[in-house]
Structure formats: structure tokens, C-alpha cells
Design a protein around this ligand. Structure first.
Ligand code: NAD
Length: 542
């Protein structure tokens, strides 16, 4: 056993942990350009540790090594794989503060949020998969009709897919990779993991959790930007690409995979709606929507990015939402925008919406250059603006008043995205009926967006949100390859359907068609007599 990353291009010269650049350290160290990597913290612009990219020229060799390692890893019993990977739970929990601090510095999210979203659910994740995997990978025997298929038995196996490329974004840089790494490795795959160039230090930390517990080459950390990502997808020997990120990149990856006839799993963007019906519980709805919109400064694929409020409750609910947004403490409750590029998109969407007549109820764009975008609530009279159509990925909560639930559902489903939708109402049975009409991979009733943290609940989307499935047994369908094995103990010299093709065989075939429903009762009786006459002839060579 060797550490997963000991042989990888690692960070140059500095500690991978946030301690190296903690807020309490003295003056920011001088740094050299480490393009394409982010080099400064969104929190305070202080220097982050330098990260070195994996040389493009090394990539094919790393994939080749992973392929060899995968064959041996798949031979390890499922139980032993589970015992090995189960060890990372304790490592995650023991390093909770280090993980939260690193994510805090590298992404700019509050420490509490980092601990709650990037540490604790991962312990549940490891528990779920290590205890469920043996049963989930267990083969199944299928029933075969003894008359049609005498002496035969069939078994369905779930084998590892092979060698995977895992490419991930920056917004949840620990939790998102682990959601695939844990089940993929348990299923016997080898993984080449490329974290985002915005959060390479969190990526290195994730890989380090597996250090010393996996054979060499089973998990390989690949650092770099889009060029390395696309070279990884194109590398000879990748059997599956698991991608979480933007629609534009996802589309490119889907095309590249289609060319090579390899599958890909795509978890892409969102434009989640929260629908507040007239009978919603005002306090819970306002608090839930505000959390759903502003956690991680809205940099969440499942952030509330549209709120449709029934006109019957708008006058009571909107002031509560505004008050809850106003009460958020900058830097304590709210995250920074992680990159200037993202901040520019958020500014543009807000400016477009204001130009389209939107009324800002609280917040507004910060001064140029600042990443501390305040929670912003805006009331719109038109949906004809990027703020209601494109993914904003920022702390803006657009409110649109609707004329009843049908109006809300039509508008929700009109989006090209279909990740998650929340329904806020006290009529639970009715909400379940409405849920069936929503074009969303996840629907939550009186809550929003947190279910990605539940390892047994499938996380998936529709439309431009992609078709990948993370979490739950359903995710294993992507991470494994089905193999059917048939065993034949029939001692006969030949099967009924083998050569030679004769008139007797033709009689048998058509008689069987009639017997199975191709004729009325009279036709079936006559077919039965024909079959009884023909079968012995066939068995004696006719
Ligand atoms: P991105 O598409 O810019 O980058 C994602 C990853 O793809 C990065 O590692 C990047 O280096 C890599 N990449 C870029 N170009 C590539 C190429 N041509 N080939 C291969 N890899 C390439 O996305 P981002 O800005 O890092 O992440 C934000 C997006 O992720 C948002 O749209 C968000 O909604 C989405 N997201 C979706 C989910 C989900 O579960 N559906 C979860 C989190 C984030």
C-alpha cells in the first residue's frame, strides 16, 4: 500500500493545510505565478500555497498505471475494500477543523458552513456505502423457464466500470468528489481525480484522506485546469467520465465521450425554484428560502434562484424574507463570492434585472473589486431577464408573484434547468400530487436543497442540469458494468433452435406463437396438438 498521492505532483514547498496561510500568520508570503491556479484567498486576498499542475505529458502514463492497478483492486474482496475505505471516516472527523479551515480560506465560506456541508455529511457517506456495498454489488440469479430453457441458470453480476476520470467544481470541493470517490473505489474502480483549479488544495486534501490505504495507482490526483481536464477525458483507457460542473463544460465532455463511445455522468447547473403556496407557514418558509438562496453565497447548484410566491400570501411573506435576509451578518452568516469571474456574472445578472424594472428590496452590488456581495432580494415584474433564465450562482433572491399553483408550476417547468424545486405548503398530500408535475430531479416539501447530504437519496437532474446520479444505489448503475453469465447444464446433443432448420422446426415455431396468444381458443388447441406431434420428431433430428 502506498499513499494515493505520494507519487503525484504535489504542492510545491508549502503545507497543503490552511495553516500555512491562516489568517493569524504574518505578512502574506511572496508567491510566484502558478497559473492556472487561484493563488489568493477570496476572504482577504492573502496568498495561498502554491500548487503545481500535473504535466500533460505525464497523463497517459498515469492512466496506464491506473488501469493496471484497477485489475488488482477489483480482485480484492468487496469486504476488504470496505474495510480499507471505512478508515477514511475517522480521518475526516479527526481532521474536521483542518478541512473546514482550508475550505474557508480557499473558497471563502464561513467555517460553520464548511464544517456542516463539507465534513459531517462525509462521515454519513462513508458509513452508508461501506455498510451497503456488499449487498448492493451482490449478483442476482434470474429465473429461467425450464421448458423453454432446460438446464440453464443465469446470474447478473455488477463489475467495476474500470478506470474513471472524476472532474469536479470548486463550490463544494470536499463533499462533491467524495460522493463519487467512495462508491467508485468500493465498486473496484480506479479513479483519476481532477479537482477544480480554483480549489486544488482542497482536492489534494481529499486525496490525502486515502493515503496509505489504497494500492498504488488506484487513486491518482491530477492537478490542472480545463486543458488537463480535457486531456484526461481524451486519454486512452478511460472507461467513464464523472463530471460535476457547468453546462458549457458538461456539453463539451458529453461530445468528447460520445466520439469515443464511453459513458459520462453529468451533474450540471441549476436555476432552482421555490414555490410558496398561499397556505405556507410564513416563518419557516421565509427562513428556509433565505437559507436556500444565500448559503455559500448562492454558489450552489441547488440554490434558490427563483421564488414564485402566490399572490394570496405575498404581502405577508415578502417582508419576512426581506427581514431574514437583512438579519444575515456579513462574513459570519454569508460566504464570499469565490472568484472575480463569478462575481462579474452576478453583478451583470443583477444589473440586467434592475434595467428590466426589478426593485431591490435589500442588498445590491458591492463596490467594484469586492467579493463580499451582500444578500440581495429583488422583486421582479418580468421573467424576461438573465436573472430568471440563466444560472446566477450568487447571493440574489429574485421574487416573482404568481397567480396560483398552476402558474407557478408552468413557470418553474419553463426553465431549461431541472435540478431541484421546493414546495412550501401545509397541504402535504396535495404537495405530493404537485411534485409529480415538476420537471426536477429532486423535489422537497417545506425544505430546500440539502438532500445532497443524504447518501441514500438519489441526487439527479433533468434538462440542462444533466443526467448524472449521485448518491444511493442508483449511482452504482453508472459506476458499475453489468455482466450476465449463463450456465447450461442441459445434456442434450443440441438445442431446439440450433441447426438444422427444417419444416418440423417451422411447425413448432408457429405453433408456439399461436399457443402464446397468437390465436383464439380453437387455434390454440389445434396448435397444441401440432406441437405435441412435432416435438418428438425434432428431438430425433427432424
Ligand atoms: P466548470 O465547468 O468551469 O469546471 C468544472 C471542472 O471542469 C473543473 O475541474 C475544470 O477545470 C474542468 N474543466 C473545464 N474545462 C474542461 C474541459 N474542456 N474538459 C474537461 N474538464 C474541464 O464549473 P465550475 O465553475 O467549477 O463549477 C460551477 C458549476 O458547477 C455550476 O454550474 C454549478 O451549478 C455546477 N455544479 C453542479 C452540481 C450538481 O450536483 N448538479 C454540484 C455543484 C456544482
Amino acid at each position: 500500500m502506498e499513499t494515493a498521492t505520494s507519487h503525484e505532483p504535489a504542492e510545491r514547498g508549502q503545507d497543503t493545510s490552511a495553516r500555512a496561510t491562516s489568517p493569524t500568520s504574518s505578512a502574506p508570503p511572496a508567491i510566484t505565478d502558478a497559473s492556472p491556479f487561484a493563488t489568493r484567498s477570496p476572504l482577504d486576498d492573502r496568498a495561498l500555497s502554491i500548487v503545481e499542475a500535473t504535466p500533460l505529458a505525464d497523463l497517459q502514463g498515469l492512466v496506464d498505471r491506473a488501469r493496471v492497478a484497477q485489475l488488482a483492486w477489483a480482485d480484492v474482496s468487496v469486504r476488504d475494500r470496505a474495510l480499507a475505505i471505512g478508515k477514511i471516516k475517522q480521518r475526516i472527523l479527526a481532521r474536521a477543523e483542518e478541512i473546514a479551515e482550508l475550505v474557508h480560506r480557499e473558497c471563502g465560506k464561513p467555517i460553520e458552513e464548511a464544517a456542516l456541508a463539507e465534513v459531517l455529511p462525509n462521515a454519513d457517506l462513508v458509513d452508508y456505502w461501506t455498510s451497503a456495498i456488499e449487498e448492493l454489488l451482490d449478483g442476482t440469479t434470474i429465473e429461467l423457464d425450464a421448458l423453454s430453457y432446460p438446464g440453464k441458470m443465469g446470474r447478473i453480476h455488477k463489475d467495476a466500470r474500470g478506470t474513471l476520470a472524476l472532474i469536479t467544481p470548486w463550490n463544494y470541493p470536499v463533499a462533491i468528489p467524495l460522493r463519487t470517490l467512495v462508491p467508485a473505489l468500493l465498486a473496484g474502480n480506479a479513479v483519476l481525480f481532477k479537482p477544480s483549479e480554483i480549489t486544488p488544495r482542497a482536492g489534494a486534501l481529499v486525496a490525502s484522506l486515502f493515503a496509505g490505504i489504497l494500492p498504488e495507482g488506484v487513486l491518482t490526483l491530477v492537478q490542472g485546469g480545463g486543458d488537463i481536464g480535457s486531456a484526461l477525458v481524451a486519454a486512452e483507457g478511460i472507461d467513464l467520465v464523472v463530471f460535476t460542473g457547468s453546462v458549457a463544460t458538461g456539453r463539451r465532455i458529453a461530445v468528447a465521450c460520445a466520439e469515443r463511445l464511453i459513458p459520462c455522468s453529468l451533474e450540471l447547473g441549476g436555476k432552482d425554484a421555490a414555490i410558496a403556496l398561499a397556505d405556507c407557514e410564513i416563518e419557516r418558509t421565509s427562513n428556509g428560502i433565505v437559507w436556500g438562496a444565500f448559503t455559500n453565497a448562492g454558489q450552489n447548484c441547488a440554490a434558490v434562484e427563483r421564488v414564485y410566491i402566490d399572490k394570496g400570501v405575498a404581502d405577508r411573506l415578502i417582508p419576512k424574507i426581506v427581514a431574514a435576509a437583512k438579519a444575515l451578518r456579513p462574513g459570519v452568516d454569508t460566504a464570499m463570492i469565490t472568484t472575480q469571474k463569478q462575481c462579474a456574472i452576478v453583478r451583470r445578472h443583477l444589473a440586467d434585472a434592475v434595467a428590466a424594472g426589478g426593485e431591490i428590496l435589500v442588498g445590491g452590488a458591492p463596490e467594484e473589486g469586492s467579493l463580499a456581495f451582500p444578500p440581495t432580494v429583488i422583486k421582479l415584474a418580468t421573467e424576461d431577464t438573465a436573472l430568471m433564465r440563466e444560472e446566477t450562482f450568487g447571493p440574489i433572491l429574485p421574487i416573482f408573484i404568481v397567480d396560483g399553483e398552476d402558474d407557478a408550476i408552468t413557470r418553474t417547468n419553463a426553465s431549461k434547468f431541472g435540478l431541484t424545486t421546493s414546495l412550501w405548503t401545509r397541504r402535504y398530500n396535495h404537495a405530493h400530487t404537485l411534485a409529480k408535475r415538476l420537471r426536477s430531479g429532486v423535489v422537497t416539501i417545506n425544505n430546500h436543497g440539502f438532500t445532497a447530504a443524504i447518501p441514500s437519496a438519489p441526487w439527479t437532474g433533468a434538462g440542462d442540469s444533466g443526467y448524472g446520479i449521485t448518491n444511493s444505489a442508483h449511482a452504482l448503475a453508472e459506476l458499475t458494468r453489468v455482466r450476465f453469465v449463463l450456465e447450461d447444464r442441459n445434456g442434450a446433443k443440441r438445442e431446439l433452435w440450433w441447426y438444422p432448420y427444417t419444416p418440423v422446426l417451422r411447425t413448432i415455431a408457429f405453433a408456439m406463437a399461436k399457443l402464446r396468444g397468437g390465436a383464439g381458443i380453437g387455434g390454440r388447441i389445434s396448435a397444441l396438438f401440432k406441437l405435441i406431434g412435432a416435438l418428438p420428431k425434432r428431438l430425433t433430428g427432424g
